[in-house]
Design a protein around this ligand. Structure first.
Ligand SMILES: [Fe+2]
Ligand SMILES: [Fe+2]
Length: 215
């Protein structure tokens, strides 16, 4: 797979993360091993928890639980790329890097996780890839699976303790997926002056979901 104008292959860029790695074909096992061998034990635990939470939400909302679990397992695989290298790697791979992502490269990790899911884990299911690609910011016209992963990742956040918005997001999840997604986005929105950047996809999602949550 050739990407970008420089003839760099994704395999070359990511080679250092995949040497010495033995594939078994079992996604859960392989993702855990991939994260552990790259010294990201916390992300390995987080990925498993988000996979389980996404599975639970998918069951609740009559979606494919296997797809949801796979999206949860994969969503943060780009954690292995150090934050200060993410914008450069994404550019090298020919991905569009928005100015907000250059300022705050952490949010570029969702796009990197998508290409790594495609290339390293041979994922072709667009439902999974799309959900992975927008799991931090959501986006306009998000699919049901996009929202399932987005909400699962916020409920099972990767920081210590319970997230401050947990009660609100959980109660809104009883209403609808859109209400749950909006509960988190409006929590962020109320604090948007303190955010390093407001990603345009998050802004789009906020404006869209606000229309069905007019409070
Ligand atoms: Fe993430
Ligand atoms: Fe995450």
């Amino acid at each position: 797979m050739h990407l970008g104008g420089g003839g760099t292959t994704l395999r070359e860029v990511l080679q250092s993360y995949t040497t010495h790695f033995q594939w078994t074909g079992n996604l859960e096992h392989d993702i855990t091993t991939f994260l552990l061998t790259n010294n990201h034990p916390n992300t390995a635990v987080h990925a498993q928890k988000v996979g389980q939470e996404a599975e639970r939400i998918a069951f609740k909302y009559y979606s494919d639980t296997k797809t949801a679990k796979a999206a949860g397992l994969l969503h943060d695989i780009s954690a292995v790329i150090p934050p200060n290298k993410r914008a450069d790697v994404a550019e090298e791979l020919g991905l569009e890097v928005l100015k907000e992502e250059k300022i705050f490269p952490l949010i570029a990790h969702q796009k990197l996780s998508r290409v790594m899911a495609e290339d390293i884990f041979a994922i072709t299911n667009e439902e999974i890839l799309s959900a992975v690609e927008c799991h931090t910011t959501l986006k306009k016209a998000a699919t049901k699976m996009d929202k399932i992963l987005f909400v699962a990742d916020k409920i099972e956040w990767d920081q210590p303790g319970a997230p401050p918005y947990l009660n609100t997001i959980s109660s809104q999840l009883e209403v609808s997926l859109e209400h749950a997604a909006f509960a988190y986005i409006s929590y962020l929105w109320e604090r948007k002056e303190t955010l390093k950047v407001v990603h345009p996809w998050l802004r789009d999602a906020y404006n869209e979901l606000k229309q069905i949550n007019p409070h």
